[in-house]
Design a protein around this ligand. Sequence first.
Ligand code: ZN
Length: 167
Amino acid sequence: MAAEFSIHVAKENLKFSAAHFIAYPGFREPLHGHNYQVGVRVEGRLTATGYVLDFGIVKQATREIVAQLDERTLIPAQSDCLTIERRGNSIAIRYEGDEFVLPAADVCLLPIAHSSAEELARYVWGQLYAALANHQALTGIIAMEVSVAEGPGQAAIYRRDVSQNPS
Ligand code: ZN
């Protein structure tokens, strides 16, 4: 079924600043940071309330997800080349001969393999889907798209149909 409406959320408060590095066997970027911008587009049918969905819930849920990433070092816990070890209040991250040791509170361990904008967009999508499901706010939603930009004009977009579509 084709979507009839879409809403788009991309606001100042959907920004986060974070440090990361891309790593795979044989290559690692130096640790560096971005001012990321998150955008969300939801496609859906008009519900009985006259909305595709509650705008406020999408904004609130996205803000909460973004807040968990803000001012953290993003570490992909499913990396095939990083060894991640908890040491008291610290997290030690080893890559080949290099080691980072950071305060655990400064680190956000994510269930992804690389901290690329693409994988971050898919992660945010999953978190947002779970949050909306939790608020029983998926009714009428046909698809969701999450974009994560590392800077102006460099956005990765993850879009997926939302299977749960009670009429
Ligand atoms: Zn980067």
